[in-house]
Design a protein around this ligand. Structure first.
Ligand SMILES: Cc1ncc(COP(=O)(O)O)c(C=O)c1O
Length: 455
C-alpha cells in the first residue's frame, strides 16, 4: 500500500487520528483531488485496526467533505468546495442505448396516426398471447430483412428480446441445468440464470464469436442442452461470426443435440450481410429479435422464431409470462411498415451509428472494434494501466465506461481482462460526445499517474 496515514500516538480515537492524517496529507500535497484511497481492508491491515474503525474514519472524512465515494469504484480524495467535485457525466458511455433523434420523426408520425386510426376498444383488448394471425404475418414479413424466410405460424410475439430470453429460460432450462454462452455476455443472461437457478458457463470466444472447439468440449463436459449466443455484433465485444464459423457452431450443437438460442438483437441495426444462424438450421436454432436497437428501446416488441417441435413449449411459457400480446406496439409498427418509415428509421440509425463510430475514430485515433453500424464498441486498454485505475481516472473527468469484467461469466478466470465497453448511443452525438471522447483519448494516451495507483 503506497499511501499510508501517519498516525500520531495521541489519546485520540484511532478513527479520528486517521482523519487528521488524511487532512494533513491533503494539506501538504501528498494527496491530490481525485486520488483513490486504498481499499479499507488494506488500510486496516497496514494500521493494525479493524475494518469497522476504517469504515468509521471514512464516514467521518466524508462528513468533513474531504473524500467522496463512488459505488463500485472506491473512495476518492476531494479538495475544495462543491465546485471542485468530480465532473458529472452528461452523457453516459456505459449505457448501451440508442439515440432518439434518428427515429423521432418516424415515431411521432406513427403515434399521431395511431390516434386517428384506432380507438381504445381496438387497442386495449386482450389479444392471443403470442400474437394474432395478422400480427404474426407482419413480423414474419419484417424478418425477411434478416434473410429469414418464415411462415406466420413459426413466429410468436414478445415484449422485447429480454422477455424472449426469459421465455426460453422457462421453457428450456430448469433449476440445476447448465446453459452455455460467450465468455463475455450481456448482463440480462446472467440475471435470468440467477433467477432460474440455472448455471451459466462460459465458452471461449475470439473476434468471430464462440469458439467451436471449446463449445464442443463444454457441451460434452457439462451435458448442457442450451447455448445462447449472438452471431452479429455481439454485446459487449461486437464480435461477428464469419459464414464458416456460423456453420461450425450450428453443426457442433446439432451433433450434441443442443439447441441454440440466437439473440439477434443487433442483426437489423448492423445490416449484417450474413444471414443469422437460424437461416442455417431451424430445427437447432431459436431466433430472437427485437425493435429495441434498430427503432427505439421503449417499443416493447420482439419475436421468437422456432421449429414446431420447440414452439409449443415456448408458447406455454409466453402465455404464462405475459398473457396478452403487445398489440399497441404491433399496430404502431404496422403503420411504420406500410408507410415504409420502419425501413427509413433503420437506415437513419445505421447512418447515425456509422457517424458516431467515425467520431470515435477521428477524436481518439483508434480503430473501432466493428466496421458494421453499432452503438457500442469493445476497446483494449494499454497494459500499463490497471483497469480499475483507468476507469477511476476517467470517472474523475466525468467519463463513465464499463470494465470488461462486468460482462464476464467467469469473473475469476477473467481477472486479467483489460477491455472496456464504450457506448456511443447517448445524447445527440455532437459536442458532448466529442468532449467525452477527447477526455478518453487523453487518458488512454497517458501513462497512469503514480498518485492514482496508490497501492
Ligand atoms: C444482447 C442483448 N439482448 C437483449 C437485450 C434486451 O433487449 P430488449 O430491450 O429488446 O428487451 C439487450 C439490451 O441491451 C442486449 O444487448
Amino acid at each position: 500500500m503506497g499511501w499510508k496515514p501517519r498516525i500520531s500516538n495521541s489519546e485520540k480515537p484511532k478513527y479520528l487520528a486517521f482523519v487528521e492524517a488524511l487532512e494533513a496529507d491533503i494539506a501538504n500535497g501528498t494527496l491530490r483531488h481525485g486520488d483513490r484511497l486504498p481499499p479499507q481492508r488494506d488500510i486496516a491491515q497496514a494500521l493494525d485496526v479493524t475494518i469497522a474503525t476504517v469504515t468509521k474514519a471514512f464516514r467521518e472524512a466524508m462528513q468533513r467533505g474531504i473524500v467522496t465515494s463512488r459505488t463500485g469504484s472506491g473512495t476518492f480524495v476531494r479538495v475544495g468546495d462543491g465546485g471542485a467535485e468530480f465532473e458529472r457525466p452528461q452523457i453516459d458511455l456505459s449505457l448501451n442505448t440508442v439515440p432518439s433523434r434518428p427515429s423521432k420523426p418516424f415515431l411521432d408520425a406513427a403515434l399521431e396516426e395511431m390516434g386517428s386510426r384506432h380507438t381504445s376498444d381496438t387497442l386495449c383488448a386482450y389479444e392471443p398471447a403470442t400474437g394474432s394471425e395478422a400480427h404474426r404475418t407482419l413480423m414474419a414479413k419484417w424478418l425477411r430483412k434478416r434473410q429469414l424466410s418464415v411462415a406466420p405460424s413459426d413466429v410468436v410475439l414478445t415484449h422485447g428480446a429480454q422477455h424472449a430470453l426469459a421465455a426460453c429460460f422457462y421453457a428450456l432450462a430448469h433449476r440445476g441445468d447448465t446453459v452455455l454462452c460467450e465468455q463475455w455476455t450481456y448482463a440480462g443472461i446472467r440475471r435470468l440464470g440467477d433467477l432460474n437457478q440455472v448455471r451459466i458457463e462460459a465458452v471461449a470466444m475470439d473476434e468471430h464469436g464462440l469458439d467451436p472447439a471449446d463449445l464442443a468440449r463444454k457441451l460434452k463436459k457439462t451435458g448442457a442442452k442450451v447455448v445462447i449466443c449472438t452471431a452479429s455484433v455481439q454485446n459487449p465485444t461486437t464480435a461477428s461470426m464469419s459464414a464458416e464459423r456460423r456453420r461450425k457452431i450450428v453443426a457442433v450443437c446439432r451433433d450434441n443435440s443442443a439447441v441454440i438460442v440466437e439473440d439477434d438483437i443487433y442483426g437489423i441495426l448492423s445490416g449484417d450481410p450474413l444471414p443469422p444462424l437460424a437461416a442455417l438450421d431451424r430445427e437447432v436454432v431459436i431466433h430472437i429479435s427485437s425493435l429495441s436497437k434498430c427503432i427505439a428501446p421503449g417499443i416493447r416488441l420482439g419475436t421468437i422464431v422456432a421449429s414446431e417441435r420447440l414452439l409449443s413449449t415456448l408458447q406455454n411459457a409466453l402465455v404464462a409470462l405475459h398473457w396478452t400480446a403487445p398489440s399497441f406496439w404491433v399496430e404502431m409498427f404496422a403503420f411504420m411498415m406500410e408507410s415504409g418509415s420502419a425501413d427509413r428509421c433503420v437506415t437513419a440509425h445505421q447512418k447515425e451509428a456509422a457517424r458516431r463510430l467515425g467520431i470515435f475514430r477521428d477524436v481518439t485515433g483508434l480503430k473501432p472494434s466493428t466496421t458494421l453500424p453499432s452503438y457500442h464498441i469493445w476497446q483494449a486498454v494499454p497494459e500499463s494501466w490497471r483497469l480499475d485505475d483507468f476507469i477511476s481516472e476517467l470517472l474523475t473527468l466525468g467519463v463513465r465506461v464499463s470494465p470488461g469484467h462486468h460482462f464476464s461469466v467467469d469473473r475469476q478466470a477473467d481477472r486479467d481482462n483489460n477491455f472496456i465497453r464504450i457506448c456511443l448511443g447517448g445524447g445527440d452525438g455532437t459536442d458532448l460526445l466529442k468532449e467525452q471522447l477527447s477526455k478518453f483519448r487523453a487518458v488512454i494516451g497517458a501513462r497512469p499517474r503514480l498518485s492514482t495507483t496508490i497501492t
